[in-house]
Design a protein around this ligand. Structure first.
Ligand SMILES: [Zn+2]
Ligand SMILES: [Zn+2]
Length: 260
């Protein structure tokens, strides 16, 4: 698998369990070509993001790792940044502070509700309403110009929040905006290990995305070194079966492609 990348992982700088070097060691064993660290940057008082006081040390440590070309696995400087529509200026400033290769834009909140970890508000609204609100935020994130990659496209399903009616129109509308904004999506393989039990996004959405001509990269969303490149064999098989022939990689916010 020496051509593959894992572009989504979390270390102890945010809510992951281990240090850069532990992940790197597993990546080496799994023969990955590149990995990218994407600790959470979230402009809300939550305990699972990088603390502001740690920004300088994370910046230096990760920059040094990215510049170490003696490694067989290349390291990329990524971030997973929460999108909040009323904070675009602040988000832009923070991204500018880091020498990023790419930025994943993610939606983990509906207003103040951290819906992917807090079950308390499910049932208060129809799930279709939650889908509409969630995907409108994803659309705004895509249009914001802040990001390179849209993270876990259909995260709203994570805790088995399934829509009451067919949402193909909403997926389609959102994919069109992602394509117009010239963004890449990730096949985030963590979903299989979540209550939803399927990749983010699922096969049907991958098929739609291919029709829109959207490019993909791969991310395990590892929060522990043991999760690096999880389910990548299945993921690559699925991508090929659907008709994808390439995955995308980034350096200094410029993209290139690798054949799969
Ligand atoms: Zn996320
Ligand atoms: Zn993540």
């Amino acid at each position: 698998m020496s051509f593959l990348v894992d572009y989504h992982m979390h270390t102890t700088f945010s809510d992951g369990n281990d240090s850069y070097l532990s992940y790197l060691e597993v990546a080496r064993k799994k023969d990955l070509a590149e990995i990218g660290f994407t600790d959470h940057i979230t402009l809300k008082p939550v305990d699972w993001c990088v603390r502001e006081i740690d920004y300088p040390v994370m910046r230096e440590n990760l920059k040094n790792l990215c510049n170490d070309f003696s490694e067989d696995v290349q390291v990329r400087f990524g971030l997973e940044v929460d999108y909040f529509p009323n904070m675009e200026t602040e988000i832009r400033q923070i991204i500018a502070y880091f020498p990023v290769d790419y930025v994943i834009g993610s939606v983990h909140f509906l207003d103040e509700w951290n819906f992917d970890s807090d079950r308390s508000l499910y049932g208060k609204w129809p799930n279709d309403v939650l889908y509409r609100r969630y995907f409108e935020l994803v659309q705004q994130a895509a249009k914001s110009g802040l990001f390179d990659i849209i993270g876990h496209f259909d995260l709203i399903k994570k805790l088995q929040c399934w829509p009451e009616s067919d949402q193909t129109h909403l997926y389609d509308e959102t994919l069109k905006i992602i394509k117009e904004a010239d963004l890449v999506m990730e096949l985030n393989t963590s979903g299989i290990d979540r209550p939803c039990g399927e990749f983010f996004p699922n096969r049907k959405i991958l098929e739609l995305a291919l029709k829109h001509g959207i490019a993909f990269t791969l991310g395990s969303d590892a929060h522990d070194p043991s999760q690096v490149a999880r389910h990548f064999d299945t993921a690559v098989e699925l991508l090929k079966e659907i008709g994808f022939t390439k995955i995308t990689r980034f350096r200094n916010r410029k993209r290139s492609e690798i054949s799969i």
